[in-house]
Design a protein. Sequence first.
Length: 234
Amino acid sequence: MGCRMPSLASGYRGRLLLEGWRDPTRTGPSPMAPAEKARSARVERKTNETEISVAVAVDGSGRSEIATGVGFFDHMLEQLSRHSLIDMTIRATGDLHIDDHHTVEDTGIAIGQALARALGDRRGIARYASLDLAMDETLTRAAIDVSGRPYLVWNVAFPAAKIGSFDTELVREFFHALAQNAGVTLHVTNHYGANCHHIAETCFKAVARVLRAACEIDPRQAGAIPSTKGTLNG
């Protein structure tokens, strides 16, 4: 008896498998299927004033490990991570013997850069979000456009210059650095409030919530850039 020749059908099926076609009779992931890319990034930034290390995972659960040497700032960054559901690992050392300014601003720069890298071309994101967030006597609104165009509109006034030893003016400095380096348009407005801690905290929580919503993947356009220009790179 001679050798059995493979049928044309089996040969065609084998060629399709080699070219990446998935056999519908098989279960489990295709060995040819590309792995889903995680939206995460790490940034290290060193100057004569500060040394910052930031790692973010956009599709996280809000876990954080934060140490900047500025207690109140650490507390605010924990809120940013927890309510955005972006995992954040942040380590910062700076010239705190002068004041907190460089450490706060440079941390905002590094977080913004890490977010921009993690989001990549911003394909499939919801892009826009806005929210009013209440905390006791305070109400703050945040709105965001993850557009690739950095801009900050800041309508927040603090009734006192300090929260403990932390300068309240540094809250704006942080968000300005974040917006400029993440490439987002960010509007923050405090409608009313009496307690400086509450005002600052509602700013961080409101920004966290809109960041979460705007960076979520929209299932109706998961593979598309959400812009008629075809790009969100400015």
